[in-house]
Design a protein around this ligand. Structure first.
Ligand code: MIC
Ligand code: SF4
Length: 641
């Protein structure tokens, strides 16, 4: 049997395990990336592991999330990351250089290599044929130290594209279409390979928009072949020598095949508050909008910005709309500026923000009360924009501009013909904002600079044979890590201060959660399906650990979050019969017994002392995961404590 692209890369990087769907495999990791909001924790963990220099081929630390500096915290964290990177062999991308995924694609990604990043949108690298996955900070720290990355061998899905996108319909609409088809759970446990004749019409940045948003499907990652188009992109970046061809075998087998005709796609829009809540833009036409934001790691490439520029040329945005534009990288911004395209944007009345995540993570530019905000981003979870009742819709850059001009949700295909623009054959190369690490000889002299905002890790809490604890919180389906550990400009600066962060845990669902959990000392959470979807932030596990959460029992879990729970020493457990979720109430006294035996048999008994009922729970831990849980987490396990 032939192999898919992902299977070929996995085979080449396999350290342990069998390439059998559902079994645990260990992969050699060639490259890592971190961003600042998860990076401080990842580097503190790396320091604890105690390896002097990274063992990867390339590791890069980006500053792109926490760029508003209201007080010393973020600036201190930037300084810490810059110094720790210099000491341990990591390249440092300074604030202003751009969003990690955009810059990594431009300057560092290599087809056929493995990449893990402490950010869930790391699969953006799949746009040039990397096997790129989001991971918890601790997993990235271990990989930097030369350790393997463990995943469950995924299923393989294939999306075949045919035809060609019409004017004003773009890669973002392809992402929304696949979300409409599969939903935010539809990619769980799978790698999505994109192929078919239609991919020849998509440039690398367009492919990267699609692999970026594959994260919203819950997929392990998404990948495109590395072909002539990839080669041209790398050549334009002055990195033609990094190109290798990658394609699946003719007789590769897939668990699911989906066909999409690009020619028949219409502009789509994801309504509040989920990326799979997709309808046609046409169906919402005439809805008034207050704010439009263009940028984020999904739609901030030069191509996206050029489209925006030509559509805005000689036009002024609606006086009722506030429009922000954040180019994805310094390369993009300089090219916009040098070509004169930036001028159209500025003249239109748009506000140009720095090359960073910005509004996507609530780092400024929150909408007005109950404001309708159209964003070219990838997530519209409730409250994420920083305005609790903000109504965030996800759209393409084309729909964003059309709506900013009219002041109403507007289908861009009604605007006639897309104005002409051309893409340069060579990109402007300026790596001056990437600081090289110190040489091995000089590394000892580098001082790591720590600010007062760095607080110690929560204490490990090794799993015991019996856990008796109250159900402190019961939540529904599709709970995101933004519910568990919200982000935003006010909270993000405390990513290295778990005690401070803890007061905001689950505040979106229940403001009393943190106090109640603390008072109980130890507790259990009950969740629905796809618990922990969204970001890779390990804080969504470390903060509950700090608050005494010992286990989360849910109908199902999102991949990265389940791994983060285990890494933090918290047991993720799954209802054998999902209907039993209904019978357990918040406040019930729960007992998990004979846990060690249950970990071996894969079945643990839960007794609800309040209702006097018993339920069977499933756990699918590998030998390694059992040891991690018994050690109280991956850090303790790695250090042999
Ligand atoms: C996000 O888009 O939610 C983030 C912020 O980039 C996160 C990482 C984080 O929480 O720091 C992600 O996607 O992993
Ligand atoms: Fe940054 Fe938003 Fe992308 Fe996360 S999704 S990396 S916050 S731009």
């Amino acid at each position: 049997m032939g192999l898919t692209i992902a299977q070929k890369i996995i085979k080449e990087h396999l350290i342990e395990g069998e390439m059998k769907v559902g079994s645990e495999i260990a992969l050699k990791i060639d490259q890592t990336l971190t961003q600042d909001a998860t990076g401080t924790m990842a580097y503190l963990e790396f320091e604890k592991i105690g390896i002097p220099r990274v063992k990867t081929e390339k590791s890069v630390a980006y500053i792109d999330h926490n760029t508003l500096q209201c007080g010393f915290m973020n600036a201190d964290d930037h300084r810490y990351i810059g110094s720790v990177a210099k000491k341990h062999g990591i390249y440092f991308s300074r604030p202003g250089n751009g969003i990690c995924h955009q810059v990594h694609l431009e300057r560092f990604g290599i087809p056929g290599k493995t990449l893990i990043g402490s950010d869930s949108h790391t699969p953006t690298g799949g746009g040039i044929g990397m096997l790129a996955m989001g991971a918890g900070g601790l997993d990235v720290a271990v990989a930097m130290g030369g350790g393997a990355y463990y995943i469950t061998m995924p299923k393989m899905y294939k999306v075949n594209l045919k035809g060609k996108l019409r004017d004003f319909v773009s890669a973002k609409d392809v992402s929304l279409e696949i979300l409409r088809i599969l939903s935010v759970k539809g990619g769980v446990g799978a790698i999505i390979e994109w192929g078919g004749e239609g991919i020849k019409t998509l440039s690398v940045p367009e492919r990267a928009t699609i692999t970026n948003m594959g994260t919203e499907l819950g997929a392990t990652t998404s990948i495109f072949p590395s072909d002539e188009i990839t080669k041209k992109f790398l050549e334009a970046e002055g990195r033609g020598k990094d190109w290798v061809e990658l394609k699946s075998d003719e007789d590769a087998e897939y668990d699911k095949i989906i066909n999409i005709d690009l020619s028949s796609l219409k502009p789509l829009i994801a309504c509040p508050h989920s990326p799979d809540n997709v309808v046609t833009v046409e169906s919402l036409k005439g809805t008034k909008c207050d704010q439009v934001c263009i940028g984020s790691c999904t739609n901030s490439s030069l191509m996206d910005m050029m489209k925006v520029s030509v559509m805005l040329k000689n036009k002024t945005i609606s006086p009722d709309v506030s429009l922000s534009i954040s180019p994805g990288s310094k390369q993009v911004l300089r090219m916009l500026s040098d070509s004169g395209a930036l001028s159209n944007i500025l003249a239109s009345g748009a506000r140009v923000l720095e090359c960073a995540c910005g509004p996507c993570i609530g780092m400024g530019f929150s909408p007005n009360s109950a404001g309708v905000s159209l964003r070219t981003f990838n997530r519209n979870f409730e409250g994420r924009s920083g305005t609790a009742d903000g109504q965030v819709y996800l759209v393409s850059p084309e729909t964003a501009v059309a709506s900013a001009l009219t002041g109403y949700i507007t289908d861009p295909t009604t605007l006639g013909k897309m104005p002409y623009f051309s893409m340069p054959r060579k990109f402007l190369i300026d790596d001056s904002a990437v600081i090289e690490p110190a040489s091995v000889e000089e590394a000892d002299e580098v001082e790591v600079l720590r600010g007062p905002n760095i607080k110690p890790f929560p204490d490990a809490n090794p799993v015991t044979d019996k856990i008796a604890a109250e159900c402190v919180l019961k939540v529904g389906d599709n709970i995101t890590t933004d519910h568990i550990m919200p982000a935003g400009a006010k909270i993000l600066p405390y990513r290295s201060n778990i005690p401070y962060l803890s007061q905001f845990c689950f505040a979106v669902c229940d403001e009393s959660f943190a106090d109640r959990a603390k008072r109980l000392g130890q507790s259990i959470i009950i969740g629905g399906s796809n618990y922990g979807q969204g970001s890779s932030r390990e804080h969504a596990a470390l903060v509950p650990l700090y608050l005494g959460v010992r286990a989360v029992i849910a109908k199902s879990f999102a991949r990265i979050h389940a791994a983060n729970l285990i890494n933090a020493g918290i047991m993720p457990l799954v209802f054998e019969n999902p209907e039993n979720y209904t019978f357990i109430g918040q406040g019930d006294k729960l007992v998990l017994s004979d846990i060690f035996e249950g970990m071996d048999t894969g079945e643990i008994t839960l007794t609800d002392k309040t209702t006097h009922k018993e339920y069977k729970l499933k756990c699918y831990y590998t030998e390694r995961q059992k040891e991690i849980l018994k050690a109280g987490g991956l850090l303790q396990y790695t250090r042999g404590e």
